[in-house]
Design a protein around this ligand. Sequence first.
Ligand SMILES: *Cc1c(COP(=O)(O)O)cnc(C)c1O
Length: 376
Amino acid sequence: MLLLSGPNMAGNEWKYVKDCLDTGWVSSVGAYVDQFEKMSAEFAGTKYAVATSSGTTALHICLVMMGVNADDYVITPNITFIATCNSIKYTGADPILIDTDPGSWQMDLDLLEQFFEEETEQRNGVCHYKKDGRRIPVLMPVHVLGNICDMDRLMDLAAKNNVTVIEDSTEALGSYYKGKHAGSFGLMGTFSYNGNKIITTGGGGMIVTNDEVLAKKAKHLTTQAKSDPFEYVHDEIGYNYRLVNVAAAMGVAQMEQLPGFIKRKQEVMAFYKNELQGVGDIKFQDVSADVNPNCWLPTIMTEKQKDVLKILNDHKMQSRPFWVPMNQLRMFANNIFYNKSNQSDFVYQRCLSIPCSTNITNEDLKAVCDKIKEVF
Ligand SMILES: *Cc1c(COP(=O)(O)O)cnc(C)c1O
């Protein structure tokens, strides 16, 4: 089976994990957690990084720290992985879903601007939804598939409308906009180390920020909010959202290989573009010249989506459709979906991701392309 995007454990993973097992430092504290955080902050170009148990819990803690609650909305794209909207719902808040740009597959910034202009108003410097007066404290863009939208414009819109940006940059480790790393634009950004991401710790996540107070608070909240080093005194409701040392050991080994992984993902994308661009109606994601993407998950757009999915999966080449748009899921069907012509559905009906593990061979890439071409 050719995995869609599988783990690549070619480095020091065994060595560092063995070190944890040999020394007994397997659990919630240990040198690898600190080292993984330090490497992550350095890579992202932020001052601080705090490891978490997953990308989802990283997003949740960011929202908790902003005081997001059941009286609030959080703006996010309608096409994203479910974790974004779940993290919003954990706080009691509701997502406001903005439709997708059909070229870049990111949140449509024209619509976002229009939404702010037509649907919101400022009260005492806080953004509110006009119709019911609920607050909109946070804008959570998602860098879908490691691509990045026009961040200058997004940050400008956020500043003008007094909303805080928390980046769901979980797919964008190694992606840059105008030379600046994803996750370092907003007040906070997040990464995920789930098994299919560009690096993995089995499961895990990270919060990055330049704000020292928030970084300390994130560490506190993700470790049960224990306020005394000795006694079990806790000063608020905390969470057990820490990353364990044995997972962080994998993370350190993976970070050492990250530049090579990014290079290989970019090569895989170039290979696919070279072979498939111009075959039938196949299109790739539009990427602006300002963006240097990590090419995490090469994805094609075609009217023949269903046929391509079938032929690839029938031949043990793992291939997956795009996420079902949030507004089409039962839990979010009644949320605000701001759109003019439902481009999310257009994109959803046509996109599929194709095999792209960093250890895939060029022969296998060629075989995938040949199978896809059979459909056309
Ligand atoms: C992977 C991912 C997450 C976080 O996932 P975890 O499995 O919890 O680490 C969040 N948002 C998006 C868009 C993702 O792709």
